[in-house]
Design a protein around this ligand. Structure first.
Ligand code: NAD
Length: 516
């Protein structure tokens, strides 16, 4: 968590590679957050009323804006994160992809359901389930993907018909401010507000919105869950991870080494689904470590300008560097070996891409989320030990399995306690919003996306019944109470719902009447 709090009026945003001041944003006070939510409530009914087709118009305009402003967005993003150029461009491409998916499919995903009645007796009614948005959804995001993180939750919530109040990380608020600028520039209805600030501003969002979509650390997620429980508002939490990779002896070791190097080092390891632990079957351990070390040592690290020259950038702030350094130092002190990297570069917040071997589960680099460019590697006797150790974690976000036998990969996957498993790849589930992305254990509650669920989670299901037949003056059960009618009803309900005529048990039903 940032040490900033709402006793400062302005947040200064610095480039972590250079320390340069790149922008300032105001700290929005809790009362102003409440006022912003009240205002959103005024505009939301019209946003809901224009329906998925009306909203699609605005969302696709926003998609055009994101495409047309890719260069500018990447520049802002690089300025506040020191990400490599390629990573900065991927952020907005990802936003464009998710936005298009939900804008185009919202009509289908939000269409009323007409479930079949559960019993022949219920066929007298036509049944409708309508999906009505929570009026105001609060989205609270971390600093690792300052544009994509807000976009991948804000646009589905807007597509669902909710108004959205977004509280970006105080570390990287500038990209979210750009999003708000884009929404205003296309002339869309004022149903998206960005409030900048630190924890107190986020807490005010939780105090005022009707649904909370949170991405961030497990510690903050726990506080938000408690605050939501107090108000009885629903929430979805996408939290930390410690993703294992399992390399089986029959794997293509070159692919596994390159894939795991990418999975561990992308965004300098600051991805919730970064590979953070590697288990390798004994027969291929030495060969794999050699290949992984070579792949990681070859990475080019540094600050990009408008050209792409580097693979790995800086860490987001000094606090992250301290965590990474502590994990490496504690491991080495306990007997681990660094095969490449292992220290800060001496410039800004850059930390060398690092491979650690001879590590075990007693070490912080294996037990705690690092969120940095380290890959601790462990030798295991066999598949069973790999599964047992992979599951030995408080987290359960995602995992990867590397094998030459896809059926074996799936068998292993089904024994892992994680919300996603990619076979012979990393991150692949993230680029498939037709599937849910959610963490198990302390990695989260609920999930984002998952096709229709990704919109319906922002909605309340409203059950409606309508008579199918011409209505009588009174229904069977309306007053006055009558034992004769009860006997008919009980017999009919037993016949329909309890294994047919055999369980009507007429003598007992008739005794009910006599006992009157
Ligand atoms: P963080 O929990 O410190 O902050 C996240 C957001 O919560 C920030 O906007 C912050 O201002 C806000 N916040 C802080 N206190 C709050 C409070 N009391 N009430 C409401 N809001 C509050 O997390 P971070 O350091 O910004 O991000 C890194 C973490 O995010 C890592 O643990 C990472 O694994 C996780 N993460 C998870 C996913 C996922 O999808 N599972 C994705 C990205 C990052």
């Amino acid at each position: 968590m940032s040490e900033l709090d709402n006793d400062v009026a302005v947040i200064e945003v610095h480039n972590p590679a250079t320390g340069d001041l790149v922008g300032t944003v105001p700290v929005i006070a809790p009362d102003d957050v409440a006022a912003a939510v009240r205002e959103l409530r005024l505009y939301q009914p019209e946003w809901e009323a224009i329906g998925p087709a009306g909203r699609k118009h605005w969302l696709l305009k926003m998609q055009d804006w994101l495409i047309d402003n890719t260069e500018q967005l990447a520049a802002v993003l690089q300025s506040e994160t020191a990400k490599p150029r390629v990573d900065a461009i991927v952020d907005s491409a990802f936003a464009v992809d998710i936005l298009g998916y939900y804008a185009r499919r919202a009509g289908k995903f939000l269409a009323d359901d007409h479930p079949s009645p559960h019993s022949p007796l219920a066929r007298v009614k036509s049944l409708t389930v309508a999906y009505r948005p929570y009026p105001v959804v609060g989205v609270i995001t971390p600093w690792n993907f300052p544009l994509a993180m807000p976009a991948i939750d804000v646009f589905p919530a807007l597509a669902a018909g909710a108004a959205v109040i977004l509280k970006p990380s105080e570390v990287t608020p500038l990209s979210a401010v750009e999003l708000a600028r884009g929404w205003a520039e296309i002339g869309a209805p004022p149903v998206l507000r960005v409030v900048t600030g630190a924890g107190a501003t986020g807490a005010a969002v939780v105090e005022n919105a009707d649904y909370i979509q949170f991405t961030g650390s497990t510690a903050t997620g726990r506080r938000i869950a408690a605050a939501c429980a107090e108000r009885m508002v629903p929430y979805s939490l996408e939290l930390g991870g410690k993703d294992p990779a399992i390399v089986l002896a029959d794997a293509d070791l070159d692919r596994a080494a390159h894939g795991i190097a990418f999975g561990g080092m992308f965004n300098a390891g600051q991805v919730c689904i970064s590979v953070e632990r590697v288990y390798v079957e004994a027969p291929v351990y030495d060969e794999f470590v050699t290949k992984l070390t070579a792949a990681v040592a070859a990475l080019r690290q540094g600050a990009d300008g408008r050209e792409s020259e580097h693979d790995v950038g800086a860490l987001a702030n000094e606090n992250q560097v301290l965590i990474v350094q502590r994990h490496v130092d504690e491991a080495v002190a306990a007997g681990a070996r660094v095969t490449t990297g292992g220290k800060r570069t001496g410039v800004g917040t850059f930390f060398e891409p690092t491979v650690l071997v001879d590590v075990d589960h007693s070490m912080s680099c294996v037990a705690e989320e690092t969120f940095g460019p380290t890959l601790p590697v462990m030798k295991v006797a066999d598949e069973a030990e790999a599964i047992r150790l992979a599951n030995d974690s408080i987290y359960g976000l995602s995992a990867s399995v590397w094998t030459g036998d896809k059926a074996r990969g799936e068998r292993v996957a089904r024994q892992l306690e994680t919300g996603a498993v990619n076979i012979n790849d990393v991150f692949a589930n993230l680029f498939n919003p037709a599937m849910p992305m959610g963490g198990w254990g302390l990695s989260g509650v609920g999930a984002r996306w998952g096709g229709a669920s990704g919109l319906r989670k922002y909605c309340r299901a409203q059950a409606m019944t309508k008579p199918k037949l011409p209505t009588m003056g009174k229904e069977l059960f309306w007053y006055p109470s009558d034992m004769n009618k009860l006997v008919i009803a009980v017999a009919a309900m037993r016949a329909a719902g309890a294994r047919g005529m055999r369980r009507i048990d007429l003598p007992t039903v008739l005794r009910l009447k006599k006992s009157k």
